[in-house]
Design a binder for this molecule. Structure first.
Ligand SMILES: [Zn+2]
Length: 284
């Protein structure tokens, strides 16, 4: 009986220890402005999404600073689609860091062929399609590629006068990133609203949704708030606004709409880093 008691106590202590360790695990998310985010996992792997680091909102890209200085260690580059404001500085960063590319095969192929993306980093089993899930970072992160309603083409910097300036970029996408001992994050890419976002919410427990609110080319703020509801986001952060003329200038109407829907909202400043402990955002 005593031995049993001791075993139970030891087991409870172990469970508590594992629980505490998981609760202490920190995930850091940085916004560079526009659709560009980096996510540092509890084990220190760095994922970079839609890396237009030299966008005009990024304070690290101003006053002649070396904008890419802060992206020296990148393990994976994720691209939602081929437009220039999303591919951004991916080629330069890939060359500098050796990061593995995660996107659809057509986009990867044309980035190698037309934009000199390092082929070894673009031809791995991290190339995927919508509906698929892959494990990366030694199983610490599951990446699910989700649908997006938009377009996708690759700018061809080598196009001659008789060639098309835009090559095929496959289908545009979004991503759900399930991080062990961290939040599950949805990045919507540059999508329009679609009712099937509800399926994303049924399939995954979205702790944080990074939603494009720029309008004009994608979701208007009101529909982006509806997207937050459809995916069941516990917290919504806006992206893809105020970067260039013609798109939404601030997040006010998105915030107001979310308030009506009773969905927590947080506005990041370009260059800001937020911290999650487990699935909860904690103070910076
Ligand atoms: Zn865009």
């Amino acid at each position: 009986m005593k031995a049993l008691k001791l075993t139970v106590i030891l087991l409870l202590l172990t469970v508590n220890f594992v629980y505490q360790a998981a609760a202490q695990a920190e995930t850091k998310i940085k916004w560079f402005g526009h659709a560009a985010f980096s996510i540092t996992t509890p084990k220190g792997k760095v994922l970079l999404i839609d890396p237009w680091i030299k966008n005009p909102l990024n304070p690290e890209a101003k006053d002649g600073k070396d904008a890419l200085a802060s992206v020296s260690k990148i393990d994976y580059i994720l691209l939602t689609h081929g437009h220039r404001d999303h591919v951004g500085d991916a080629v330069e960063i890939a060359k500098k860091t050796g990061a593995i590319l995660i996107c659809n095969p057509e986009l990867a192929g044309n980035l190698v062929k037309l934009a000199d993306f390092p082929s070894k980093q673009a031809e791995t089993d991290a190339i995927m399609g919508i509906g698929g899930e892959i494990q990366i970072a030694d199983g610490e992160v599951t990446v699910a590629m989700t649908a997006a309603i938009h377009s996708s083409s690759v700018f061809n910097p080598k196009a001659g006068s008789t060639e098309a300036e835009r090559a095929y970029g496959g289908n545009p996408a979004g991503f759900v990133l399930i991080i062990k001992n961290g939040p599950t994050v949805y990045h919507s890419g540059d999508t329009a609203y679609f009712k099937d976002m509800e399926t994303i919410g049924e399939q995954y427990q979205i702790d944080l949704a990074l939603l494009n609110i720029g309008g004009h080319f994608g979701m208007e703020p009101r529909m982006a708030a509806k997207a937050a509801k459809s995916v069941g986001a516990k917290l919504a952060i806006p992206q893809h606004y105020a970067t260039f003329p013609g798109i939404t200038v601030n997040s006010d109407s998105f915030a107001a709409e979310l308030k009506i829907l009773k969905i927590p909202f947080y506005e990041m400043k370009p260059g800001e880093i937020i911290t999650f402990r487990g699935k909860q955002m904690v103070k910076k």
